[in-house]
Design a protein around this ligand. Structure first.
Ligand code: ADP
Ligand code: ADP
Ligand code: MG
Length: 656
């Protein structure tokens, strides 16, 4: 076995690989960018080398520099993880030239599968069913739109070199084709350095089912069954599970065999994933092959009891497949939820900032957490904003869902927006519970997943104010007493809490003994009685209307995060004098939702626009984000131009 490997990646996947290397007694070398100097993958590797500044193209994508580190440290093999250089055939061949094993397939296999167009051509030859479409070389708009008509709308335009859900456009009507093509090509060029696209039939309400395959250098292949990754937003996976619900043994075998055909066609070595799209009629078509370890590989590990990174290392080291097809079995059911620093309420915009507080469930035989961050780390704008993968296992699907729901209820983050509550809501939808999976699930369950009610209930405000009182009572709140709230002479305390779209003044009345007994909220005239309360470090329980309510509250300076049966709330405890500032809010200015680059300004000063019109397009985290008009109006000023790098909350457009 290798004595030393280098991991050309960061975050949870680098940590994941280091774990297996340690188990096998392999020394590990980490590389990192300046912003990752204290990252977990750096701390857990045996050696670590800084390779440049934050932006990936100045660090994690520097092939020669990484190979130089590998050589100078006596590394025998490089594991590329996923993303970054994992599907870069040039990197694989550079490794080979340097006499270092690339832990993955051959450069040739990566190249062939790296282009969705070429891969489709290859599969056609191998006799694997394809989604109908055009995957040829002619890239003229005229030809592509003619092909789209032939295929029949709706169609998808996909960047051939795309990945991670980027560079995909759904086009429903012929008249929208040209502008979608243009935008897709631009995103493809920016994100993948290649504007080549393919057009294919859009399968309505499909399922995404993929097969894990492995090949060794002796020409043996196995499939480690399938994963259902249908629950997606923006063509990106959010929840994955294995096995795929409702797949019969016969279909499973057909899928497995088709996946192996795909792998064989490129003499595949190591771990790969063949993705299929399932129509509602149960037909499946080849979509693409990912020539690397997949983000969601843990669900396969949970149901097979295997360590896929160990398999990768053994195969790269020249061993044969550890097990043959007949020795592989499925046990129980596993689900993975990707916990992202992103805000489901604002179209899943990534959220950047420090993980001020983070609470995670305990790991057990049923619960696994793969993460690369700890409390205090920062989600930076440079990389994927995934905080952790939460993986559960149980003997069947419904028990696994319960495990996941319980684990999510113990996962709390203060500092960045996140999707934890949203994930839990997905589990609770009828479609998910009934395993009626499709890539449309999130859209169909919109009303439940994106609740309109975005203002805290009196129960939440009771809990929030009792928390402040308790913190103060513990003697920690002297400064807060002066700043954040005021104790009135008649034993009343006034607070102002401010969430993203709400602000509440709350008056807490105390008994003669100084114990909270009721609150009044500035928007109504009621008294909400608190009959009993308990406080215990960061937990608050109160009795109201003969019911006990309880919450976990995390705090940092004036920021608060409160989680209770009444939802998860993030808000600030306002300095009372801040109330003045709230009045001069900038309703007429559209601000950058995140740091990024302005790639298109579609409006001019004086122009009339309608609600929903795209005013400008920003690019951030390799994706385009359209800034649209919040209502009908007139453009008063454009405060940015194409090419500008803008900070989060920078004013972009003044709008009346
Ligand atoms: P998976 O297909 O394993 O579920 P994702 O599609 O979420 O994984 O991609 C995993 C990571 O790799 C993400 O950070 C994604 O942005 C990145 N990624 C995937 N494919 C590419 C690609 N071709 N180019 C750049 N980044 C990619
Ligand atoms: P990526 O490389 O970004 O993962 P894929 O080709 O795998 O790109 O597609 C990503 C997702 O887009 C799929 O998981 C699926 O939800 C959706 N998708 C892809 N092709 C189709 C199609 N022909 N019809 C409907 N949805 C599709
Ligand atoms: Mg894919």
């Amino acid at each position: 076995m290798f004595k030393k490997i280098l991991i050309a990646n960061r975050g949870e996947i680098a940590c994941r690989i280091i774990k297996t290397a340690k188990k096998l007694g392999i020394q590990t070398v980490a590389v990192y960018s300046e912003v990752d100097a204290n990252a977990q993958h750096v701390l857990s590797a045996d050696e670590a080398y800084c390779i440049g500044p934050g932006p990936a193209h100045q660090s994690y994508l520097l092939m020669d520099k990484i190979i130089e580190v590998a050589k100078s440290t006596g590394t025998q093999a490089i594991h590329p993880g996923y993303g970054f250089l994992s599907e870069n055939d040039l990197f694989a061949s550079k490794c080979e030239k340097a006499g270092i094993v690339f832990i993955g397939p051959s450069a040739e296999a990566i190249r062939l599968m790296g282009s969705k167009s070429q891969a489709k051509a290859l599969m056609q030859k191998a006799g694997v069913a394809l989604t109908p479409g055009y995957h040829g070389d002619d890239q003229s708009a005229t030809l592509l739109s003619k092909e789209a008509l032939k295929i029949g709308y709706p169609v998808l335009i996909k960047a051939s070199a795309g990945g991670g859900g980027k560079g995909i456009r759904l086009v429903e009507r012929a008249e929208d084709f040209d502008s979608a093509l243009e935008s897709c090509q631009r995103e493809a060029k920016n994100a993948f350095g290649n504007a080549h696209v393919l057009v294919e039939k859009y399968i309505t309400e499909p399922r995404h089912i993929e097969v894990q395959v492995f090949g060794d250098k002796f020409g043996n292949y196995v499939y480690l069954f399938e994963r259902d990754c249908s629950v997606q937003r923006r063509h990106q996976k959010v929840i994955e599970e294995a096995p795929a619900p409702g797949i019969t043994a016969i279909t499973r075998e057909r899928l497995g065999k088709a996946a192996i055909e795909a792998a064989k066609s490129v003499n595949y070595l190591g771990a790969g994933t063949v993705e299929f799209i399932f129509s509602r009629e149960g037909e499946f078509y080849f979509m693409e092959m990912n020539t690397r370890l997949q983000v969601e590989h843990p669900v396969t590990e949970m149901i097979t009891g295997l360590d896929l990174v160990e398999w990768q290392l053994r195969i790269a080291d020249g061993e044969s497949l550890p097990l043959d097809q007949n020795s592989l079995t499925i046990r129980g059911h596993s689900i993975e939820a990707r916990i992202y620093a992103e805000d489901p309420q604002t179209g899943f915009l990534p959220s950047i900032g420090p993980l001020v507080c983070m609470r995670m469930p305990n790991e057990s035989l049923n619960v696994r957490i793969d993460t690369g961050v700890v409390q205090g780390d920062v989600v930076s704008p440079y990389y994927d904003p995934m905080i952790a993968k939460l993986i559960v296992w149980d003997t069947d699907r419904s028990l696994a869902i319960t495990q996941m729901s319980q684990a999510l209820s113990k996962f709390h983050v203060l500092g960045v927006a996140n999707n934890i509550y949203f994930l839990d809501q997905i589990l609770k939808t009828k479609s998910f519970a009934a395993a009626e999976l499709s890539t449309k699930l999130i859209e169909y369950e919109e009303s439940q997943l994106f609740p309109q009610q975005t203002e805290p209930s009196p129960e939440v405000l009771m809990l929030a104010s009792v928390y402040e009182w308790a913190t103060f009572a513990k003697g920690e709140g002297v400064a807060r007493y002066q700043k954040g709230w005021r104790l009135n002479s008649d034993a009343q305390i006034d607070f102002v809490f401010k969430g993203k779209e709400w602000r509440r003044g709350v008056r807490l009345s105390l008994s003669e003994e100084g114990i909270p007994k009721s609150i009044k909220i500035d928007v109504d005239d009621k008294n909400y009685e608190i009959s009993q309360l308990r406080t215990d470090s960061d937990r608050i329980s109160i009795e109201h209307d003969e019911t006990w309510l309880s919450a976990l509250v995390l705090s940092d300076n004036s920021s608060r995060y409160l989680s209770s049966a009444h939802g998860r709330w993030t808000y600030a405890l306002m300095n009372l004098s801040d109330q003045v500032h709230l009045k001069d809010s900038h309703a007429g200015e559209l601000r950058a939702p995140m740091p990024g680059k302005v790639v298109m300004v579609k409006v001019k000063v004086g122009q009339n626009v309608k609600k929903g019109d795209v005013l400008l397009v920003m690019e951030a985290m390799k994706m385009e984000h359209a800034i649209t008009a919040p209502q009908d109006g007139v453009i008063q000023a454009c405060l940015c131009k194409v090419g500008d790098q803008v900070a989060e909350s920078a004013d972009l457009i003044v709008f009346e």
